[in-house]
Structures are given as structure tokens and as C-alpha cells.
Design a protein around this ligand. Sequence first.
Ligand SMILES: [Zn+2]
Length: 309
Amino acid sequence: MSSEGFGLPKESWRWPETAWRGHVDAVRAGRRLVPDRWTGGARVAVALSFDSDHETIPLRDGETSPGRLAQGEYGARAGAPRILRLLERYGVPATFFMPAVSALLHPEEARAYTRDGHELAVHGWIHERNMLLDREEERELTARALDTLTTVTGQRPVGIRTPSWDFSDSTLDIMLELGFAYDSSLMADDEPYEIVAGGRSTGLVEIPVDWIRDDAPYFTMDRYGSVRPHSRPRGVGEIWRDEFDAAYHDGGVFQLTLHPHVIGHRSRLVVLRELLDHIASHQDVWFATHAQLADAARSMLPGSGPDRP
Ligand SMILES: [Zn+2]
């Protein structure tokens, strides 16, 4: 729903109320979906996610040098196996969002996720920038990504996270058309909510994310820029611990988005281990995949079933 599509001037201060209200209402947070207690009587739900982008970040930008691709390869070769061992040690499930090209490059890794009881979910075809695509192209790539993950693992994913959390004017319709149960790309709350489109219920559950609970902004750098990441891994761990502590207090959700090629390094993975130690020292914690969390959240919807227009 671009301004041009409305025949509106580019200058938003000249828009009538119907225009700015229309943009805001197009995709909106509806009812907050938090039960009194989470599954098993838990006080807090912990939803860990890993975006296994690997080589697709440089490939998406048409960067094909072995040097750039090797940074992504590290995620598959060193990061992901280390993460799987850590999760196994703590006995916790996670959700892995994987671009289809990444799954085709590393099919054994994709199958290891589902074999170990984790969830595999859609994360675009090649980590494309969906804001640059027309509706048909975005739809085709998303459908192809869904089919590819299904073929690689034998299980049809139920969840989606858009690459880079971008949301075009077509993204929501495509998710509904392809039958996803939940999305995890938006940031309107700390807790799960129903996505409302133009004031209408969609039945689509949002598991919200935020850059605060993402490793990439703290640790990645632009080699040729002057800005360098200056976050000490344990300092970032403190932020995440505070996020968890407040979620525990509120009886809500602690959701984290990590990347094997970022967090998988030795000096950073120690922070995830310490965080898991901290979380494990609490009573009444429910570790859930995003799909399990979406199911629990959906039970709070009236009629507790998707009520799609
Ligand atoms: Zn990603």
C-alpha cells in the first residue's frame, strides 16, 4: 500500500487522515495472547530461535567472493554443530529459520534440526529483500521456500520469519494464502499477539522479535565503515538476562534471535551458555519452539481456531 498507490503526494504532512490511518491499520497488533499460565503451569515461556542464514547473506547481495562466503560457511561448519550440542546438553528445543538456499547447501544440517526435535521454519528463498519484490515474485519465492524445506526434511513448516524482518505490502496476504500458523518478524509487543489487518481478525499469531534480543546488531560490522561493534559479549548477555528476568516477572515470553555465524563463535557462545544456566536456575520455565508457543497463544483466541477472513 504505497503512497503512490493511493494517488497521494509523497509528503506525508499533506495526507488526509484516511491515508495515514490506512497505512497504520494495514497490519496491526490485535489481542495480546498470554494465558494465565503457560504449558505445564509455567510462569514464563522461553523461545530460542536461530536464523541459519549462512552463505545467503552475501549471496543475496550478489557477493560471491570466497572470502565473504566463508564467513557464512562458518555458521554451518562451526556454529550450528556447536549450538546443537549446547541445546542437547540443556535439553531445550529451539526454532531454526532457514533460507531454502541454505537448506539446499546444507541438507544434513536441516535434517539434523528436525531429527533432534527442533523446529525448522521458513526464512525466505535466498534471504531476499522482499521490499524490492513485486507481489507475484515475493509469493513465488515464499512458496518455493516452503516447498523446498518440506522436501528436504519431509515435514511441512508451519512458521515463517521474513528475511531481515522486512514486511512488504503483500507479505501478510502471502502468509495467509500459504497457510502459515504464525509469523515471527514484527515488533509491536513483548508478548504474542494476533495480527489484525484493516481492523479484521486474521487468526495469524505473531511471535514478536526485537533488535535488542538479536545478536547481529551487537556483533556484526561493516569492514569498510568507521563503526565497529563495541559490545562485549558478556555485556550483551546482561541485556538478555534482564529481558528474561522481566519476562519472568511479567509471566510473559522471552524470545531470542541468534545466528550461527554470529553467536557460534567461541567467545560469544559462552554468553548463551551462561544465559541458559541463569534461566535453568528458575522454577516454572517452559522452553518452547515458536510453533508450540504459537499454539499456546492461539488457544487464547475466541473459538481458539484460526478465523480467517
Ligand atoms: Zn536472516
